[in-house]
Write a protein that binds this ligand. Structure first.
Ligand code: ADP
Ligand code: ZN
Length: 735
């Protein structure tokens, strides 16, 4: 082996280096360091077959073969080298989720244009002159530039969008129809001022902030559960922790569950620190992403607010990760690399010597158990800030209510709504079902209209005048005749969705102003935000909403929340059903009475004695978690045992079951760690987008080395090209 490091972390020209690329090769390949040498972790361009690809100098080369054949690194890119801590994190996260390292690298380099040299980035915009000669191709370029307004594109981006060759665009530059502009080097973000005074904190809040400060000052890893009801000031408290982190000169990351919320949140950050943080989400433009990615590595951004994948940004010195609404299911990525951003944040922080703050009113059971066990610190913010109190909660026993056919608002709830209307206060009716009716049934033959591509019923959306599949998004017009028995005019909607509930509200409260908040009724996050703003200002008397209303919005005039069907979530076969229902109901109830007026939350249920409903009503949350934890411990399921899902998908069901049977029979490596294998069984939704899905479930004892066993189990398998296998460690939804 000739590749010894001359200086810690630096390779001299000609030395052998191992370069990891995002190509599916599985391991780093050897190259020679370029002229001038390269650092460990450097981003480089290397030849791979006939192509040039981007990679990272992962370590010293292996050697041990014909060294004459080793090619040379083409160049070192102008971005900060990947830190060792990040390398370790990617390796461990890949081992944990059973993801090949190249795919992990891809997650960590999701920014376009990294390979571009600074200053050489040219962008193309609409020019003022007309093209010297109009052709069809040129017309397409102009069309694209007009459609995107004043936005500039990279050459290849623009050519691709217009469906023309780059030469066409270049040709238009000459005549001034397209402007070619030198993109300046990415600039650092405006500095945040951590020393601007924040809000004056209550005693509880400042104790909480002090505890987080102490943790941050250790400069070591640690995780804290910041538990507090909605409105208790968790955000104020963790923004203090952000300020402390910035004062230490380290970077902070705040993860939020929903993109729609960031704008409101960004304003709050700006008010606190005098400038906006970096934003990382799917709505950000390519150049915004590239800038943020680079500035993370160079230390040119102090605070990033983002969606779960921001966890893979190349921070230079990450000191704090906040996960707001840590129980939110959107933190689990269920496509591609299946990972839980919450768990990966803890892993990343442990390598970066950073602190993690998990904020929630209703933490996940896993987090609650970790706090109970002392693995996480725990801070409680018991009271709501200021005068606002938690709403009083009660059940409405639907067995005792007299409802008209196709009515879903009980007389008891209706009279509460009427009382609010008389007082000029707002009511919210919560129903977690989009659309008009969840089922469309033929009254002649009983046929239910299903999706052609999925095992799901089509949901009628009257607003769109279509039936929509909530699995794959497929839609079709509501038919006049039953597709099964051909009877005419017999198709009837069954059950309520928010649109139907809205119909009932406008019939029963004709003078009330009504607003429906359902994600599918808004064309953009901005439109949704505007609606929310308008409602908060008093633009509606009755708000009808799906789960988008459960999160973080502040409606000061709202004093009544009515949950139309509290039983909805209790029925699933999912072990987390009770937990989810509990979280959702608490969050919704937390909407009421946020300002000076006390609130009330009423849950319509057919089973008021159900333990989950009782726990919600009693307000005794600790009892709920304790009971849930005991149940899971008895079953040996997470967090008291390990679980993994295996999803086989393909065009035909039979080969999937055959493969599943083979796997079940050859589960030696799993049995060796005392794991049990269940299945193959059809996945709960056995067909999505025309693909059949078969699922297997693996349960292992807590201490077992599950991932290596799964690897050993799948390794000898010959998988036909048409079949895809995905492993889901710690599955959250059992699809
Ligand atoms: P949570 O994150 O727990 O839901 P927030 O931090 O959003 O709570 O606080 C709820 C509301 O109370 C916000 O409007 C916030 O500005 C306000 N608030 C919280 N703490 C204070 C404080 N110490 N001084 C002034 N306003 C506060
Ligand atoms: Zn479908």
């Amino acid at each position: 082996m000739q590749a010894a490091l001359t200086e810690a972390g630096y390779f001299e020209e000609g030395q052998l280096v191992a370069v990891l690329t995002a190509e599916p090769i599985g391991r780093p390949l050897d190259y020679r360091a370029p002229e001038g040498g390269c650092a460990l972790g450097a981003y480089v361009e290397v030849p791979l077959g006939p192509r040039k690809v981007m990679g990272v100098v992962w370590g010293a080369g292996e050697g041990g073969y014909d060294l004459a054949k080793v090619r040379r690194v083409i160049r070192v890119l102008d971005v900060a080298p990947m830190r060792e801590e990040m390398q370790q994190f990617l390796v461990r996260a890949g081992d944990y989720t059973l993801t090949p390292l190249p795919l992990m690298l891809r997650l960590a380099t999701r920014a376009p244009g990294l390979a571009d040299a600074p200053g050489s980035r040219k962008i193309y915009r609409l020019g003022t002159a007309a093209p010297s000669r109009m052709t069809e191709a040129r017309g397409k370029v102009i069309e694209v530039l007009r459609a995107y307004g004043g936005v500039g594109f990279y050459l290849t981006e623009l050519a691709k969008l217009a469906g023309v060759t780059p030469q066409v665009v270049k040709g238009m530059v000459a005549s001034g129809a397209v402007d070619e502009i030198d993109q300046p080097r990415d600039l650092p973000f405006p500095p945040l001022d951590a020393n601007r005074p924040g809000k004056e904190l209550s005693e509880d809040q400042s104790n909480a902030a002090a505890q987080l400060r102490t943790a941050l000052l250790t400069g070591a890893y640690g995780t804290t559960l910041l538990k507090g009801v909605t409105g208790s000031g968790k955000t104020e408290v963790y923004l203090e922790a952000v300020a402390d982190c910035l004062r230490q000169g380290r970077q902070a990351l705040v993860l939020l569950p929903e993109i729609a919320l960031t704008a409101e949140f960004l304003d709050r950050v700006e008010a606190r620190f005098g400038a906006r943080p970096g934003e990382w989400h799917s709505g950000a433009s390519m150049s915004e992403r590239r800038r943020l990615w680079r500035m993370c590595g160079e230390g040119g951004v102090q605070l990033v607010v983002g969606a779960r994948s921001a966890l893979f940004l190349p921070f230079r010195d990450l000191g704090l990760i906040v996960i707001d609404e840590e129980h939110d299911t959107s933190y689990k990525q269920e496509e591609g690399v299946m990972y839980s951003a919450r768990d990966m944040a803890v892993l990343r922080a442990s390598f970066a010597s950073a602190q993690v703050v998990l904020a929630s009113a209703t933490p996940s059971l896993e987090t609650w158990v970790n706090a109970e066990a002392g693995k996480y610190q725990r801070i409680n913010l018991a009271a709501r800030f200021g005068a606002s109190e938690l709403p009083e909660m009660a059940a409405i026993d639907m067995r005792a209510e007299q409802l008209q056919p196709n009515n879903w608002i009980s007389p008891s709830l209706a009279s509460e709504v009427r009382a609010r209307l008389a007082e000029g206060e707002q009511s919210m009716l919560f129903l977690n079902r989009r659309g008009y009716a969840p089922t469309t049934v033929c009254r002649a033959c009983g046929h239910q209209i299903g999706c052609d591509h999925c095992d799901a019923r089509m949901v009628e959306h009257r607003f769109l005048k279509r039936l929509v599949c909530h699995q794959c998004g497929e839609s079709k017009p509501v038919p006049d005749v039953c597709p099964e028995c051909k009877a005419e005019g017999k198709l009837a909607p069954i059950g309520p969705g928010v649109e139907r509930l809205a119909e009932e509200v406008s019939e029963r409260f004709p003078d009330a102003k009504m607003a429906v908040l359902s994600s599918d009724l808004f064309s953009s996050a901005r439109a949704l935000k505007e609606a929310i703003h308008n409602i908060a200002a008093g633009g509606a008397d009755i708000i009808i909403g799906t789960q988008i209303v459960a999160k973080g919005h502040n409606f000061p005039l709202l004093t009544l929340v009515g949950v139309i069907d509290a039983d909805l979530g209790l029925m699933g076969s999912d072990m987390r059903a009770a937990e989810r229902t509990f979280q959702l109901m608490r969050q919704v109830a937390g909407r009421a009475g946020r300002a000076e007026r006390p609130g009330r939350a009423l849950l319509q249920t057919h089973q008021p004695e159900h333990p989950v409903i009782r726990a919600i009503l009693s307000g005794n949350e600790e009892d709920f978690w304790r009971a849930e934890a005991e149940g899971r411990r008895a079953e040996g399921v997470p967090p008291f045992g390990k679980m993994a899902g295996l999803i086989l998908s393909g065009p035909e069901p039979k080969p999937l079951f055959d493969l599943g049977e083979t796997l079940a029979r050859s589960a030696g490596p799993l049995r060796a760690i005392n794991a049990e294998v269940y299945g193959p069984a059809p996945a709960p939704i056995a067909r999505v987008r025309g693909k059949h899905r078969v699922r297997m479930l693996i349960k292992a004892p807590k201490g077992a080395a599950l991932q290596p066993a799964i690897k050993a189990w799948l390794a000898p398998l010959k998988i036909p090209n048409s079949i895809r296998i995905a492993v889901d460690i710690d599955p959250q939804s059992f699809w």
